[in-house]
Every structure is written in structure tokens, then in C-alpha cells.
Design a protein around this ligand. Sequence first.
Ligand code: GLC
Ligand code: CA
Length: 545
Amino acid sequence: MKEWWKERIAYQIYPRSFQDSNGDGIGDIPGIISRLDEIKNLGAGIIWLSPVYKSPDADNGYDISDYCSIDPRYGTMHDMEKLFAEAAKRDIKIIMDLVINHTSDEHEWFQKSRDPKSPYRDYYIWRSPRQNKGKKILPNNWTGFFLENVWEYDEKSDEYYLHLFDKKQPDLNYKNPKVIEEIKNILRFWLDKGAAGFRCDVINVIYKTSLEDGKKSVAVQGLEHYKCQEGNHAILRELRKDVLDKYDCFTVGETVMVDLDEAKLLCDESRKELNMLFYFEHLEVDRRVAMFVPKKFKATKLLEVLTKWQQGLEWNAVYLENHDQSRIVSHFGDEGKHWQASAKMLAILELTLRGTPFIYQGQEIGMTNFDYKSLAQVNDVMSHNINRLMKKMLIPSFLRWKWIKASSRDNARTPVQWDSGENAGFSRGKPWLGINSNYTRINYASQKNDPFSVLNFYKEMIALRQNNDCLKKGEFIPLYADNRLMLYQRKLENDVYTIALNFSSSKIKLPKKVLVHLAGKAVISSTGRAALDRTLLPWEGVLIS
Ligand code: GLC
Ligand code: CA
């Protein structure tokens, strides 16, 4: 079968913030249908659709209460079928978000599982409390991804259930073969409807080998008992063999805290597990403990990390943004004076890496982090949990706010800025989350007809890449980096491209030893220059052939 997923650009839609069609302030499927031409126009050929399933919404749809129905907020199954059909007309394939580490606590399986005698009891991970000096204590010492306890007590049976994420997201028990059969049915259901594959949520932590205490750790404690376990690999192979391989589809796994050796096992084509995966290391080069404590950005570090993954894996899922991350202009670029050049420079970066690029809604117009003023404007469940925890640790409110503002997943979840009208053209009603006040300046409509806009730059870069096997598949060769400057090449047979990126607001005099690589002609530049001298302008990125 042709590996079409290596030939296309993917576009991620976070439905609740994409386009509202009925004025309830929440984006929906008819809204997506109405914007398919914009996606087509950009040059994307795959849509990754974040969850639209029935959900009580404790984690914005990543807590699913029915995998085979559409949440009424987003529309109906009929709308979904229409979305598949309309996308197909435009040669756009849709991959669904597969969230199977956990369900919602409101899922029927979990409701039944609350009864210790039910056959569903064993669909989840229930454990009795431990005893310590006559007192009940938690079954183990693990800490979760949302920085909470991972055990929730259920009075009825005097047992706890495990949840690595929010307490409304109980973890499924993958030691139970019935659970795996249920998942296969869900896969078949969506593939038969027309899905072209799945983005698999936190897919490397689904199998819990043991529930023993974890090694003491300031980050997520207990990880060694469930990250990338042999049982996890076996499940992925089983899903592939029994279901996925029977369809023309692919999977991209979201793999938390994955290292290169683990990743190689997960997406080595001969092992038949995942087709590609999302890792995080490149977005963490300027952070200390995962998301929290900032550290100075250095292009040397970024190039080192990119080189490791670009060369280490047979194929990469390439991304700079998603619904859990900061906006990339706010993160590695410049929100201020050099907003436009930096957004374009980052487009050059993403679209000149080897792999399948994933562009997140709004990235193509250079949307920035949320400009919120207080915690009251924050929706993200993770931010609220972090706040609670920090408060317990007596961390002062100004510091808590500083951290949350920088790390909240809401940064990327504000509604797409379509135009400069009411609610940025996103909705006729009050949007579920605030709209960034810069929408009058940064919006789709104003960029559409501006030849120098970020949007048109993305289109140009995508078109360039789509007609170029070297940029898609060529070898990645690092050339040079210092704190602010980074150079690399892509090479396929006789084709060679050199990419030079300036991650700073100063004009950089290029070091002598790199000049030889810059002798060719500039194919495209983030500042619009046709020819290079011996400098790079602030936030300039150039592609040279
Ligand atoms: C993934 C999703 C995130 C969600 C979590 C739990 O990381 O991207 O949004 O909260 O999994 O499902
Ligand atoms: Ca709506």
C-alpha cells in the first residue's frame, strides 16, 4: 500500500475553538465543514480531528463517555458523515483522536465497573487501600500527569481506582483482553465510517505492568511501571495486525516522556506498531522540569535535539504546536516588533524538516499565546490542578500566576481568529474561551489577500515542499549553531538545500565558516529578501539551493 501519509501535510483541528456555526460559542462540525476550503487552500491533505465524541468535558473531550457517538455540542453523526464526505471531495483524509488510556468516569463501562460484582469491574484498575498503623493509605505512591493523586476512593466498595490524568478519567485495564477487543471494535467503527487513521493519545503509557511504588521523583512518580512496557508494544502490534493493517490508514502516537530508544521500538516499521509519533524534547529545550521552569533558549540545544530525532528515526511526525503547547511565535519566536518575520522563520523550520508536518489551527496565521489577565479566564483543568497544588505548597499567587500563564494549555486553545469582526468571526455568541485581543491585527481575512502575510508564506512553503522530495525525504545534516543562529542541510542525491535561521532580534553577521554554504540563491526568505549579503536580519530564515 502506498504510504500517502508521508506525502501530505496534516492540519490539526481542535473543534471547540475552530468555527462555531450556531452561535452557542462552541466550535462544531458544521463549522469545520464550512472551512474545508481554507484547509484545502493551505495545502493540507490530512486533518487530525481532536475529540468530538460524547464527553462530560472534564478535559475538553479527552474524557470520552461514548466512543461511537458525537457530542451534541459538536453536531450529529450525520454531520460527521458529511464531514468525511466533504473532506473526501477535496482529497482530504481525516484521522480521529483515539483516547484509550482512559475513559470518562461517566462512560457506561465505568458506571457498571463501580459494582464489584459486575463483569465490567475488571475493565478498570481497582485496588484496596494499604494499611499503615491502622490507617488506610493509598494503594501506591504514584503521582499523575495533572500533578494530582492517581487514586480516587470509592466508598461503596472501599476501593480506589487508578487515574493517571484527572479523576474523571479512570484508566482502562489493558491486562484484560476484553478491553482490547472493545478498542478493536471502536477502531473498526471509525475506519468503516471513513477515518484514515488515528492520533493515539498518550499511547505509550496504557499498559501498567505492576502497581508497585515508584522511585522517588519530583516529576511523575511511578512512570517506570507503565511507560513503554512490553505489554504496551504487544497491544499496539495486536491492534495493527487484527484491525489497522486491514485498512488503508496510519497511526501517529502521542508518546509522553519518550526517549529515542523507546521511540525507535514504537515506530520501527518492521515491528508494526505505530507509523510515527509525537515526541516533546524539541519543545522542552528552554524549560527545566518539563513545562514549568523556563531556561534560556539556545539554538545549539534545539539543533542538537532536532538532529538526534531527525537522524534517529526512520520517519518523524514534525510539529511545533498543538492544543497542549504554547503558540510557537510566543515560544521560540517574537510576539512583538518581529512577529511576522519570526512566524515565517518558524514556518521555514517546520516545513524543512524530514517527516510529516502537522500544523495546528491558527499557526498558519501566526496566532500568539492567550493574553489573559487572571486565573478566572483560564479553563484548562491542568492549570487549575497546578494552581491548587502550588497553593498547598504556599507558593505566592503572583508566582503561581506567572507559571500558569506561561504553561496553561489554554494558550493554544483560544478561538481561531478568522476576521476582525465580532468575536473574531469565530461565533455569533459568547465564545467558550476568551479571544485574544490581538484579533483585529492578526486574523485570517486580512492575511488572505496580503501577499506578504504569514498565511501566504505558509502556503508558499507548503507548495514548495510538496513538489520537492528532498525537503520531504532528504537526509538531515546539521551544519552550525550558536545561541541564536542555526544552520542545517537537506540532501537527496544531487539536491541540496541549506537552511539558515536567526532566532534573535539582532542582525547577525554570519561566521566565515558558514558562508560557503550560503553561496546559492535564496529560494525563500522570511523577510522577503531575494539575495543574501553576509548577514541575517532579525528573525530571518532563509532557504538556499
Ligand atoms: C493528551 C492530550 C491532552 C489530554 C491528555 C489526557 O496529552 O493531548 O489534551 O489532556 O492526553 O487525555
Ligand atoms: Ca456551536
